[in-house]
Structure formats: C-alpha cells, structure tokens
Write a protein of this length. Structure first.
Length: 258
C-alpha cells in the first residue's frame, strides 16, 4: 500500500554525506558542495522519518489499540537512529548556529510537531485505516519545515505530473523539465540525483532532485489494474516495480554577497 512507499537507490548519498563525493573545490564551488550535502542530509532525514511511519502502519491502523505510544519524540528518535545507520552522522552533535544545523533542527522539529498534532488520529480507537500514511506525513512535515525555514529552504515530494495525487505537490516548471528530460530518460542512471541552480527574484537558489522508485509493496496502491481504487480511495496509477514514482525536491536559497 501507499504506506510502504518508495526507495531511492542512491549509493552516492552516503558518499556525499561523508564528504567524499567531490574533491577540494574553489570557494564558489565549495558553497555548491555544502548546499548539496545539506540537501542530501535533509532528504535522508525525511526518508528516515517517513520510514518510521511506514513501518508502523499496522499499529496506527489497529482499531483495537488506543494509545499507540507513537509520539513525536518517539518517531524522531527512531528516525535519527535510521539516519545515523544510513549516513554515519550523529545529528545530536550538530551546531545549531550553522546553516546546516538550523535546517536539520527545523526538520527535526517539524517531524515532532506533525506527529504530535495528529495524536488524536493515530490513537483513535475502533477505527481501522486512519489515512495517516507516509505520503501525507511527509507532505505535512515539508509544509511545517517550509514555514520554519522561510526564505532559506524549502522541501517537497513531487512526481511526474500524471502521478501526483495532491495539487500541493505538483511539480513546478523547472522540476517538470528535469523530471521529463533527465530523471525519466532511459539513459539516466537509476537513483542518481540532479543538482542545478536558478535565479529567483535576483537571488541564486540551489535545487536538488532525488528520484525514488516503486518497490513491489508500493504496487498495492500504485500498480495494476490501472484505475482501480486503492485503500485510500485514489485510482491506481498502473506503475511497475523500479519505475519512477516520486522525487524529493530541495530548494536552498543562497546568501547574497555584500
């Protein structure tokens, strides 16, 4: 079902986080390198938290259990554990005064806030499917993060236009172009992110797209037969295992030089 979600097969992410993806660069290029590492880290923490919600779907949807004990701090603790196992980074040691620290802390706070705001839904007795699935959780976390980091960073999970289920996550013109000409291209290496930059209102922004692909468990909601309603009430997309199902999009606003 949708709660099992998608897997980004991006072995290079760990290298980026470890500082091994790029050589020592000139100052301007080093800024781009730092932005790429931040974008990768944000995406990985979001995926870790989303994975916690996915792993607990049976518990969340158990009508016989009231208090699930799945509070914001509990979800965050498990997400941080998954994140460290994947990246080798201990986020408890980051400096919150740095740009990296501010952004990662904002995402942590968003994970806690969204989970705690939906305790009444998660713990609702006598009700099976709650609709608190990983896709919904991730969207809400991203929206909360955007508010905390307004003017500095934005995140969303989008997809090829025909796969988008919520209008809030429709890809913009740049994302659409990259998805259609790069990520969906037959010769695009599976799992390879795309990095680029734009000028927005005279300010340079760094943009990073991480492709995610359908796993077999995703196809319960997103597979065949196309058009049949899934458990969430949406028509299935007719997807296949290994096809592009979503894209994590990170936008970082770069400080202007004096």
């Amino acid at each position: 079902m949708a709660g099992r979600w998608l897997k980004a097969r991006v072995s290079m992410l760990g290298l980026a986080l470890a500082g091994m993806l790029l050589p020592v660069l000139a100052p301007a290029a080093d800024t781009d390198r730092q932005d790429e590492q931040l974008a990768v880290s944000l995406a990985e923490l979001l995926r870790s938290a989303r994975g916690v919600i996915s792993a607990n779907q049976d518990l969340i949807n158990d009508p016989a259990v009231g208090d699930k004990g799945l509070t914001g701090p509990v979800v965050l603790a498990e997400a941080l554990k998954r994140y460290q196992e994947t990246t080798g980074q201990d986020l408890s040691k980051i400096d919150e005064t740095t740009r990296f620290g501010r952004a990662m802390t904002a995402l942590e706070r968003s994970i806690v806030a969204v989970t705690d705001e939906h305790q009444s839904t998660i713990n609702m007795p006598g009700v099976g499917f709650k609709g608190f699935i990983p896709a919904v959780f991730a969207r809400l976390v991203n929206e909360h993060f955007d508010e905390l980091m307004k003017g500095e960073a934005e995140m969303k999970i989008t997809a090829p236009k025909e796969l988008v289920r919520n209008r809030k996550t429709v890809p913009d013109e740049w994302e659409t172009t990259i998805i259609e000409t790069k990520l969906l291209s037959p010769d695009w290496p599976m799992g390879q992110p795309f990095a680029g930059s734009q000028q927005v209102h005279g300010q340079k922004v760094f943009r990073f797209l991480i492709p995610e692909y359908y796993q077999s468990s995703c196809l319960v909601c997103h597979g065949q037969p196309k058009g049949e309603l899934d458990i969430t009430g949406y028509p299935k997309e007719g997807g296949s295992e290994g096809s592009l199902g979503a894209v994590i999009s990170v936008t970082l606003y770069q400080e202007q030089a004096n």
